[in-house]
Design a binder for this molecule. Sequence first.
Ligand SMILES: Nc1ncnc2c1ncn2[C@@H]1O[C@H](COP(=O)(O)OP(=O)(O)OP(=O)(O)O)[C@@H](O)[C@H]1O
Ligand SMILES: *[C@@H]1O[C@H](CO)[C@@H](O)[C@H](O)[C@H]1NC(C)=O
Ligand SMILES: *[C@@H]1O[C@H](CO)[C@@H](O)[C@H](O)[C@H]1NC(C)=O
Ligand SMILES: *[C@@H]1O[C@H](CO)[C@@H](O)[C@H](O)[C@H]1NC(C)=O
Ligand SMILES: *[C@@H]1O[C@H](CO)[C@@H](O)[C@H](O)[C@H]1NC(C)=O
Length: 702
Amino acid sequence: MVDSRWVVLWLLFLFFSYGLLGAAAASAGDGRFLYSGFAGSNLDLDGTATVTPRGKLQLTNGTVQLKGHAFHPTSLRLRRNNNATVRSFSSSFVFGILPAAPGGLGGHGIALIVAPRKDFPSGIASQYMGFLNKTSNGNACNHIFAVELDTILNPDFHDLDNNHVGVDINNLTSVEAATAGYYDDVTGEFRSLTLISGEAMRAWVDYDGAAKRVDVTLAPAGVAKKPRRPLVSATVDLSTVITDQAYIGFSSSTGTLSTRHYVLGWSFGVDEPAPELDVAKLPKLPPIERPKEDVPKILLTIALPVVSGALTFAMLATCVLLLLRRRYRYVELREDWEIEFGAHRLSHKDLFHATHGFNPKNLLGAGGFGRVYKGVLPNSGTEVAVKRVCHESRQGMKEFVAEVASIGRLRHRNLVQLLGYCRLKDELLLVYDYMPNGSLDKFLYNNNNAHHGDNNNKQQLPALSWAQRFQIIKGVASGLLYLHEEWEQVVVHRDVKPSNVLLDAGMNARLGDFGLARLRGHGAGAELQTTVVAGTFGYIAPELALTGKASPLTDVFAFGAFLLEVVTGRRPIDDGGNGGGGTVMLIDWVFEHWRRETLVEVVDPGIITRGDQYDVNELSLALKVGLLCSQPMADMRPSMRQVMQYLQGDASPPDLSTAAQHMGLSMLALLQNQGFDSYVMSSSSSSSSSMKRLDTSLSTGR
Ligand SMILES: Nc1ncnc2c1ncn2[C@@H]1O[C@H](COP(=O)(O)OP(=O)(O)OP(=O)(O)O)[C@@H](O)[C@H]1O
Ligand SMILES: *[C@@H]1O[C@H](CO)[C@@H](O)[C@H](O)[C@H]1NC(C)=O
Ligand SMILES: *[C@@H]1O[C@H](CO)[C@@H](O)[C@H](O)[C@H]1NC(C)=O
Ligand SMILES: *[C@@H]1O[C@H](CO)[C@@H](O)[C@H](O)[C@H]1NC(C)=O
Ligand SMILES: *[C@@H]1O[C@H](CO)[C@@H](O)[C@H](O)[C@H]1NC(C)=O
């Protein structure tokens, strides 16, 4: 029990000590305050500022381009008399800035301000932090002292970064500023802090009236005591800034990104350190929201500005770069040895105009060599496809251009006609006839898992009828036969696959990219007599993978895979969907059905659901030819001439059961036996990447 006499004595002591210390002590107590949370407080709030039910002071609520203010209701007595110097004062607060999404995007920040007023109707949000505007910034009549916790780099105000603390006098260009962080008391090391981390942090603002110095110190909210070394020290005489009647409070604003600014506790003292805040008793910051159902909003508020900003920047940067490089880069290279191919040269200017400056709108697609653009040649009005091929090595260029020139002399109704080329510093432009119906791969694959990432391959086109497919198969066979046997020298295509088969206006197949595969060998290794196994996995014959030697028979193998693909609508390597699980080689799967005499089951359902007539005999003939071409043993495969005869019914294919004895070993087993399982595995690990390129350097000494 407390004796009541002690209480009386205590009260008397208080009374006298108060009286003895006099007016100075009385006014020292004047400004002092401590908010451990803001529940029940009578702060003056405006704009977006509110006190949440749990007692957090929320300065901004996540809505963009808004400001909020919160002021201690009564004015401070910072001078003993009017016109006297401003006394020492100190303020401390715990704050938190929540980004729009994890990752720390947002803005603009919080300012602790001492000003003659509590309302700032003409203060602008975003970079003006809600208390200044373009005309008032820098004006000495503002009489504003502020400490900014700024999360945006604004070059107008010479901000040093997007995460800094600054001392401001009437002007958002800070007198002194430093990157957010603190100095460890023990080691003296600087430890940086991220203001917009969603973590609670504590700040101290101390003005020494005698030394005329402002110190700002920052620390994580969990640090027990104020670090000894301040983060920012500015020598400023606040006597010339702060008015006789002054208020203290917070101003905060958002910019184009949703951000929430909170203050959890706040204290202030004159001629004494700011009263200690017990961080454990303060309200807690809300966790950073993970975007879930809010995705569209997040997209609009962050992704859109960021992406469009980045795009604008990228475009501007590209324009500048292009302008700078254009003169150098678009110099066409012509050398003596090219004169003999002169007829095929096209000017860069024409091609540039033809494609509207390689406008992305003209982009037809992108492949392993580069992008392909649609264009109209200015003189003739011919529609063309311009393929941009990057090249670095001058070595091998002559050889390649010679090859291009000879390719230009190839003419066949099932080949995409090469019209000409143009050679630049680090780019080669190949000009082909334009094929209005694009590449065949877009018409295949009902399972809707187009392999290339580019947009052109994503659209799902109606399934082709059997008649169309058979015509395409025969067309490709005829084109290959021409390359292998009907021209003056043997040309190996090296990359037969649906994406290299283009369709003209009459849906006739035209083989593209012939000869190009050799370009892949023209690199650093060219002079080392190394060649690169070029082609696409699933179409590469076993002997090609082993020796690196391409031959007409490796083309026949690829044609077999292609043929089975056109009939079944499936990729050469599939990692499921056949009920079997695991990697399935299309060849094995078709062969298995042939053995069980259930060949009809492999036919692309797209053909059947179309409902029109198809010849079952033709179908099984095609499948049979496909299997014959796909035999692992090269010398068992037919030549393209034989293939053509089988397909046209001029000869009947040999009985598959004799081939079957040689086939005994499955394709998958064969590849695995020969150590190719790593390819098979990596190709099948993701179904859509089963078309992975196989570019393996093998020494061949060709
Ligand atoms: N002559 C053309 N006419 C119309 N479109 C074309 C023509 N040539 C190419 N394209 C389009 O451009 C795309 C890319 O062609 P490209 O030959 O560079 O790549 P790819 O065949 O998909 O891959 P790869 O480089 O492995 O051969 C094709 O898918 C096709 O849609
Ligand atoms: C934020 O505050 C503004 C102004 O007070 C108000 O219009 C807006 O609806 C608020 N937004 C949210 C998300 O609370
Ligand atoms: C304060 O200074 C102003 C101008 O310097 C002067 O006009 C005013 O009388 C002074 N007030 C007091 C109380 O000294
Ligand atoms: C800027 O603020 C000042 C006062 O702070 C005000 O008088 C002025 O009209 C404002 N200017 C604009 C453009 O809002
Ligand atoms: C704000 O301060 C900076 C740096 O001290 C100065 O260059 C600028 O002129 C000031 N702004 C105005 C409007 O006075």
